[in-house]
Structure formats: structure tokens, C-alpha cells
Write a protein that binds this ligand. Structure first.
Ligand SMILES: [Ca+2]
Ligand SMILES: [Ca+2]
Ligand SMILES: [Ca+2]
Length: 156
């Protein structure tokens, strides 16, 4: 039975490897989900092939309304948690922390719109007030590259 511990170690290593792959797949699923939110065609309501800040705000506003379960115009951590499928605990906390500027623990429509505007100007590389397909693709690629870079392997 002296070989048993070694076998166990091998099994444990295989398990760790499988877990790493699983969490990697999860991260990818998340970014795919985020990509959908910025989907070009659905955001481009007037069909000119570009997205104005107005169009992006409108689209994200719909999302806001969907998230605002009790309709009080603010998103609580609970409301976010209820709609987030993966890592709801962690992600809802992170979202509130990132967007809540006045520190009331809720995300107001203004706070939500502020982030949309910030995001928009980041995507609009030539600052002409419109996001076109190329700018969107560049942004997505940048984000993907950032995600694939193993920044901190010790989180979790
Ligand atoms: Ca609410
Ligand atoms: Ca707030
Ligand atoms: Ca542009």
C-alpha cells in the first residue's frame, strides 16, 4: 500500500487541474454574457450602423429596469444578486462597490448612467460620439486580452 499516497496525489492534482479548467470556462461564459449586453445590432436602434450614447443608455436602461425588481429606481445588492447567475454574492457586491458613488449602498439610475457614459467614451476611440463596429471589436478584443492575462492566480 506504499504507492497509494502517490496515487492519491496524482488524483488530487488531476482534480485541481479540472477545477482550474472549470473556472476558466466560467470566466469565458461571463465575458460572453457581457459581450451580449453591448451587442451592436440590438443597441443600434436607428440602424445607422453606429451606437450613440443615447442608444447605449437606452439599451442599458432597459437592463436597469429589469434588474430593479421592486421598481424604486435603485438597484440594491439583493436585486442584483437575484439576477446574477454566476458568483452572485461576489459580483453583486463588486457591482455596487464600483457604481455606488454617494455611498447609500444602492445603484441609482444616475450612477448606472454615469458608468454607461464612462464605458461609452472608453469604447469610442476616436471620440466622435459614436461607437462603430470596429471600435466595438477593438474594445472587446482588449477586454478579452486583459481577461486572458493571468493577473492574479491566487484569487479565490
Ligand atoms: Ca430597486
Ligand atoms: Ca448610490
Ligand atoms: Ca467613434
Amino acid at each position: 500500500m506504499t504507492t497509494f499516497p502517490n496515487k492519491l496525489t496524482a488524483t488530487a492534482l488531476a482534480l485541481v487541474g479540472a477545477l482550474a479548467i472549470a473556472s476558466f470556462a466560467q470566466a469565458n461564459a461571463q465575458s460572453a454574457d457581457d459581450g451580449k449586453a453591448g451587442g451592436m445590432k440590438r443597441s443600434d436602434t436607428n440602424g445607422d450602423g453606429k451606437i450613440s450614447l443615447d442608444e447605449m443608455s437606452q439599451r442599458r436602461g432597459k437592463r436597469f429596469d429589469k434588474l430593479d425588481a421592486n421598481g424604486d429606481g435603485k438597484l440594491s445588492e439583493d436585486e442584483l444578486r437575484a439576477k446574477i447567475k454566476k458568483n452572485p454574492e461576489k459580483r453583486s457586491k463588486r457591482m455596487v462597490k464600483r457604481m455606488d458613488k454617494d455611498g447609500d449602498g444602492m445603484i441609482s439610475r444616475e450612477e448606472f448612467d454615469a458608468l454607461t457614459a464612462k464605458m461609452f467614451s472608453r469604447i469610442d476611440a476616436n471620440s466622435d460620439g459614436f461607437v462603430d463596429e470596429a471600435e466595438m471589436q477593438t474594445f472587446r478584443k482588449k477586454r478579452r486580452d486583459k481577461k486572458n492575462k493571468p493577473a492574479d492566480g491566487n484569487s479565490n
